[in-house]
Design a protein around this ligand. Structure first.
Ligand code: 2AM
Length: 478
């Protein structure tokens, strides 16, 4: 046995992760169900580092120094269970199995318990950054025990992206915390992409800009507060011309967005926890709507109208959209961090939100300057009630709120759907409003279902005798 670590599952992500590990000087044993992938890795990239090719899981296990660490990088769900079940009988007490796939954190909790019964450690590890990140330095969100992390640390920190000399890798919390944080990361990514898409739609539809002109706008935005991987990539994609047709690339792509599930999981979990992550939810539903081709065709046939032309000044509107995008993005991230805080509380995970912002600054898809502001906010105030009220973000919202309203109003008049811009503004207005109509909701609930209400003028729980004299009676807690 001479490998420090092993990895099974050599599709693109697994292969790149293995190469990253080898390139950083760790001897790695590699395996794949179909041996052709293992052979291809060794042939093409074998000289990048010290690989030990293995044809079976038995060979893989035998190749690794004890106590072992084995990374599993196969499809989330049944495939992961199948591989883990196959591995367990081959392992010895104190070995670590790392699931680096996009597992649901509840599956990670379940697997950790199952492996603990065999004296094995199970670590759910969220890896973000796509294929390129896996190879050159992803952002890594590690769950599991302190003991397991201490052993994995030299390898995982060496392969992560670096920002200002700090690896984008952390032990974010125990058991399912790593996959939970990765899930919310992906949810935020949905919101971020939807906000970008709405901005693009507005610039194109309201101002009549061509994709390449919208690309120029995004490129300019990337020089400011909005600087991020996704904004930069948007400029590149919008500038891209399809080789076959010569048309703007965005115009040859079918406008039905797909999803693999992490956005849906995020929203489902937020509903359970009662956290209003409206940005992520609207972004997820916007993808669903785009895929409802038949309904869209039916609606277009009945409600098609001429596009509304509005008299809007180009430079002013571009700047307003930028402000709306930034403010909505602050809301989406504030909601995402609220979700992580609520998850940490519900599962008794001690998650350092500032640390999460720190490791998202590089390597992952949502990497951005912006995350350094979030890191600073939590450094100043670890128990922050909401990111929205920290000086930096509060100023950005205060300065941008008129533009934000104008953009949403313009979108409504032009008939351009901006669910994430609009709902983020509604969320902001909801939070800052002195009185919410929730009072009426409570009154209605008490009327039809005797659900009781609290009063503004004295403590207690009350029910009004609606059908009798209309007077309130205090309810006794029992
Ligand atoms: P394969 O190359 O043999 O198909 C992504 O699909 C990766 O997960 C691939 O490396 C694939 O192996 C692996 N994978 C998928 N299902 C699997 C299973 N049930 N057992 C082992 N590996 C599996």
């Amino acid at each position: 046995a001479r490998a420090t670590i092993g990895l099974t599952g050599l599709a693109t992500m697994g292969r790149n992760l293995a190469r990253n590990i080898a390139r950083n000087g760790h001897t790695i044993a590699v395996h794949n169900r179909t041996t052709a992938r293992t052979t291809a890795l060794l042939e093409e990239y074998g000289d990048e580092g010290d690989f030990v090719g293995c044809e079976s899981l038995e060979e893989l296990v035998a190749a690794i120094e004890r106590p072992r660490a084995i990374v599993v990088m196969v499809k989330a769900g049944e495939a992961t269970d199948a591989v883990v079940d196959e591995l367990v009988p081959l392992l010895d007490a104190d070995d670590i199995v790392v699931d680096a796939g996009n597992a649901h954190f509840a599956d990670t909790l379940r697997r950790q318990e199952a492996l603990a019964a065999h004296g094995l450690h199970f670590v759910g590890m969220g890896v973000s950054g796509g294929e390129e990140g896996a190879l050159d330095g992803p952002s890594i969100m590690v769950g599991g025990s302190d003991h397991a992390y201490e052993r994995l640390q030299p390898v995982v920190e060496s392969i992560a992206a670096l920002v200002d000399g700090t690896p984008c890798c952390a032990h974010v919390g125990p058991d399912g915390a790593g996959h939970f944080v990765k899930m919310v990361h992906n949810g935020i990514e949905y919101a971020d992409m939807q906000l970008i898409a709405e901005s693009y739609d507005l610039l194109r539809s309201v101002l009549g800009l061509a994709p390449a002109e919208v690309a120029d706008v995004f490129e300019e935005w990337n020089g400011g507060d909005l600087e991020s991987f996704l904004i930069e990539m948007t400029a590149d994609v919008l500038r891209h011309v399809d080789h076959e047709s010569g048309r703007p690339f965005v115009d040859v792509v079918v406008d039905a967005a797909e999803q693999k599930g992490t956005g849906r999981w995020t929203v489902q979990d937020a509903l359970e926890l009662g956290v209003p992550i409206t940005g992520i939810a609207e972004a997820t539903f916007a993808r669903s709507l785009s895929g409802h081709t038949e309904q869209r065709e039916a609606a277009r046939a009945v409600f098609a109208t001429e596009p509304v032309t509005l008299d809007v000044d180009r430079d002013t509107f571009v700047d307003q959209v930028r402000a709306a995008l930034y403010a909505s993005k602050v809301v989406a991230y504030a909601q995402g961090f609220d979700h992580i805080a609520a998850g940490a509380e519900a599962h008794d995970w001690d998650i350092d939100l500032g640390e999460v912002a720190t490791i998202w600054r590089g390597g992952c898809i949502i990497r951005a300057q912006f995350l350094d502001r979030i890191r600073e906010a939590y450094a100043d105030e670890p128990d922050l009630t909401t990111l929205l009220t920290t000086a930096y973000f509060a100023d950005a919202i205060t300065d941008g709120v008129d533009a934000w309203r104008e953009v949403v109003a313009t979108a409504v008049r032009a008939g351009v759907p901006t669910p994430t811009f609009s709902s983020s503004l509604a969320y902001f207005d909801g939070l800052r409003r002195e009185h919410l109509p929730a009072a009426l909701i409570q009154a209605l609930r008490d009327n039809f279902g005797a659900h009781t209400y609290a009063r503004v003028d004295r403590d207690g729980t009350f029910h009004t005798r609606w059908a009798e004299d209309g007077r309130p009676e205090e309810q006794q807690d029992d």
